[in-house]
Ligand binder design. Sequence first.
Ligand SMILES: [Zn+2]
Length: 214
Amino acid sequence: MGGNFYLCIMQNIQHLKEEFVKTIHFLHAQGWAPATSSNYSFRENGEVNFYISESGIDKGEFAVENFLYVTPDGKPIDDERRPSAETGLHSSIYQLYPEAHCILHTHTVLNTIISQFFLQQKALFLADYEILKGFSGVKTHEVNIKIPIFENTQDIPALAKEVEVYAENEQMWAFLIAGHGMYTWGSTIAEAKRHVEVVEFLLECEYRKLLLRR
Ligand SMILES: [Zn+2]
């Protein structure tokens, strides 16, 4: 009985990893994870440890073996390999949002430049777009959604602290790091992927509107 239960859990993890690899290949195919950049993680229901992408892997060739199992504070469990340098941000997001089971971080041309362009106002403000309903819990286009922008730094614990302080007072679906990339999450892999698509679509809209105004 115990053995069967364990086998069942292992099959579930394998299934999740396979589903996640497909999503990672999709993100890479969009050009949203160039030059081994970007990192991704997921955790199972009721688990505090999580799986995160190994550092330095070409995301077009990412495979199920490239996930590392880490503790809530990002330490690999029985593994010599290096998790993503930004694992600390994943840890913070999981602590802030108990419902989050998947975190996706992308490096795209648009999230890199739009985050720099609007850094001074510390956020991107989005309203009256139908696709905002793609964010979990949003039911109408008549909303004002704020995507915060943080300054880039190599000091991940300091950045994680900034994100935590922001999240204490504001609702958040995603955040941008200036000149660097975007983080979003969801209760499932599919929801997190949908959030990436919503943000990237809206960044494209904002970018093109800037061009129209010229
Ligand atoms: Zn990054």
